[in-house]
Design a binder for this molecule. Structure first.
Ligand SMILES: NC(=O)C1=CN([C@@H]2O[C@H](COP(=O)(O)OP(=O)(O)OC[C@H]3O[C@@H](n4cnc5c(N)ncnc54)[C@H](OP(=O)(O)O)[C@@H]3O)[C@@H](O)[C@H]2O)C=CC1
Ligand SMILES: O=CCCC(=O)O
Length: 338
């Protein structure tokens, strides 16, 4: 076992003891990992449900499986479950069926409308959530959506945590996400072992809505930075400078950051394989601007960035990586789905 893995098992083991103490209270069952009985078999399995196997959900559910969790998955396009089945997951036919089977169910869905649909529609989460069960929504949504889900889950006797994440496809694959949680603190504590697998750090931010808001503020800044980088690359190019040299200069100075370093070279190649789809970045700008409206915060930079992402969607670039906004800034276009 490598150092990183060992490090991640330690909180999992500690938390598992707390969980076992609460076992009778919440009717939670844990068992030793198959073939690792006896004193040495400290790593426990925990059964979790996982709803939504898009770019992020697939990587996160895979990570949980790799760390010995038993995972029951569901995805609207059910065929996408097969890759996870090959890794040891089982499939639930509906969100309700997953919740019926699992004490804890995590969701990672595209937007507020998807998050609400999976909970409130027929065969949804609400049909089976109840006493002793926890629902954890890690999708990026607005605080109002999260509150609506939280109230409904609580009314049924269940517990709810919102836990959107910072970090994209690769951090999700590597268990390096930053988790921005809020809501039921007991459920949060119970989820810490799983959060330790999924992420490098989790924050508990208090009441429902705070996780959603923090995530939107972060992504609003990120979207504006991506526009600014795009304009800088264009300006360098049009004024006779090498855009690659600009990236090299940026990387050595005070505004060096992993996003410029990762995305910049790919943008210069016109390569926009989606890690974070542009349509989701535009959704986050829209939701962040609404939060600005509610709080009377003037955000002209973000509003302009949102316009560029909207334009990109109108040109059919929505399914590409959000860095494809560079094509709009360059004055180029595209075709495909908004
Ligand atoms: N990609 C990234 O870098 C990051 C994304 N996020 C956030 O995580 C969430 C997921 O992102 P990502 O995985 O990239 O998105 P994807 O577009 O890859 O996946 C979206 C998922 O939502 C499902 N879905 C969409 N609409 C519905 C619906 N009406 N009912 C049920 N399921 C639905 C899709 O199912 P189907 O397969 O059937 O279409 C799919 O499983 C988003 O909120 C995003 O903003 C957060 C951090 C980083
Ligand atoms: O919501 C997506 C965030 C992407 C990232 O943090 O790199």
């Amino acid at each position: 076992m490598g150092r990183t893995q060992l490090h991640k098992c330690i909180p999992a083991v500690a938390a598992s003891r707390t969980q076992r103490r609460g076992e009778e209270r919440r009717g939670i069952s844990f068992r030793k990992k198959r073939g690792e009985g006896g004193a040495g078999g400290e790593e426990v399995e925990m059964e979790v449900g996982f709803l939504g196997l898009g770019i992020m959900g697939k990587a996160m559910a895979t990570n949980l499986l790799r760390h010995g969790y038993r995972v029951t998955v569901w995805n609207r396009t059910i065929a996408k479950c097969q890759e996870l089945v090959a890794l040891g997951a089982t499939v639930g036919e509906t969100p309700a069926a997953v919740v019926a089977k699992c004490r804890y169910t995590i969701a990672m869905l595209s937007d507020p409308s998807a998050a609400l649909s999976v909970v409130f529609d027929k065969d949804g989460v609400l049909e089976q959530i109840g006493d002793g069960k926890g629902y954890i929504d890690m999708s990026t949504v607005d605080a109002a959506t999260s509150s609506k889900i939280s109230e409904a889950v609580k009314q049924k006797g269940g517990a709810f945590v919102e836990a959107p994440v910072s970090g994209s496809k690769k951090p999700a694959e590597d268990g390096q996400l930053v988790i921005l949680a809020a809501g039921d603190k007991t459920l949060y504590d119970e989820m810490v072992p799983a959060f330790d697998v999924l992420g490098k750090k989790s924050f508990f931010l208090g009441e429902i809505g705070n996780g959603a808001k923090m995530k939107l503020v972060v992504n609003m800044i990120m979207g504006s930075m991506m526009n600014s980088l795009s304009e800088g690359l264009c300006l360098a190019d049009k004024s006779g400078l090498s855009p690659q040299t600009l990236l090299d200069v940026l990387d050595l100075g005070a505004i060096a950051n992993p996003m410029f370093k990762l995305k910049g070279p790919a943008m210069l190649q016109g390569s926009y394989s989606p890690a974070f789809p542009l349509k989701h970045q535009q959704k986050d700008m829209r939701l962040a601007l609404a939060l600005g409206d509610e709080n009377a915060v003037s955000m002209p930079v973000s509003a302009a960035a949102n316009e560029a992402f909207k334009k990109a969607r109108s040109l059919g670039l929505g399914d590409l990586d959000f860095s494809a906004v560079y094509e709009v800034v360059k004055g180029a276009g595209g075709s495909g789905q908004a």
